[in-house]
Write a protein that binds this ligand. Sequence first.
Ligand SMILES: Nc1nc(=O)c2c([nH]1)NC[C@@H]1CN(c3ccc(C(=O)N[C@@H](CCC(=O)O)C(=O)O)cc3)C=[N+]21
Length: 295
Amino acid sequence: MTAQVLDGKATAASIKAELTTRVAALAERGITPGLGTLLVGDDPGSQWYVAGKHKDCAEVGIASLREDLPADATQEEIEAAVRRLNEDPACTGFIVQLPLPKGIDTNRVLELVDPDKDADGLHPTNLGRLVLRVNEPVTSPLPCTPRGIIELIERHDISLAGADVVVVGRGVTVGRSIGLLLTRREVNATVTLTHTGTEDLAEHTRNADVIIAAAGVQGVITSEIVKPGAVVIDVGVSRVVDSETGKSRVVGDVDPSVLEVASWVSPNPGGVGPMTRAMLLSNVVDSAERASGLA
Ligand SMILES: Nc1nc(=O)c2c([nH]1)NC[C@@H]1CN(c3ccc(C(=O)N[C@@H](CCC(=O)O)C(=O)O)cc3)C=[N+]21
């Protein structure tokens, strides 16, 4: 058996097409959604990510706003830039590109973001809303990677209702927050969160209908610890130097042997990454629709 591919690139492309239509409807009412980015310093990786976000925006008709600060920007200067984006009516959602330079109190910066403009969906107020509104529609931004993973699964007609989902890794952006979405009544999965303190990871994963691998450990999920027919989502990102080409490349948490036992596997790259970017755009369009009374 060979697993089917959960194609994140193709799924993100259809989401972007849907967003283009919604952005056009907003334009008819004189509204242009705008994504702001706050980038501090000159890390090439961060510059590349931010450039990609502005390119995505241009594709669907979202305006881009940038705040770029030097690597030696002070806490006060960074907080002033957050306030400018909070107050700018042209900015309907924004992100603070992470990581911020050493010595900056990241949580203080993130908590200053207007929760209604929080395009990452990771502001404490928005995580709190997810906790409190478990049985009601959410009208606040959702964490992008968790939302992208659920969309990727459901848009392939795989039901999560009643599924036993094992999450590997307790990082804030994925492991810690995805259970808040998976256990909502409208999704209805059962969730086990495993981490480095888990005594027997295999015992959990072998019973899972769905494995969400967000540990950042190359190849931790091997075919021996996956139940035949399981759905396996590869979120982890590690950089390795290819022994043949000598070039650096991205590898995930899922070992290629898993393709022989799973029913569906998300590739990495080409799976969760493009979905995360599409959900960032969705959060910005959702916010603009809410602000204009369309949603
Ligand atoms: N405030 C904030 N929000 C973020 O969402 C955020 C951040 N800071 N800091 C950095 C991480 C990283 N991240 C990625 C998103 C998409 C891909 C992506 O699309 N990757 C492609 C290809 C990547 C490659 O080949 O190098 C793929 O998976 O197919 C990767 C990484 C968002 N981040």
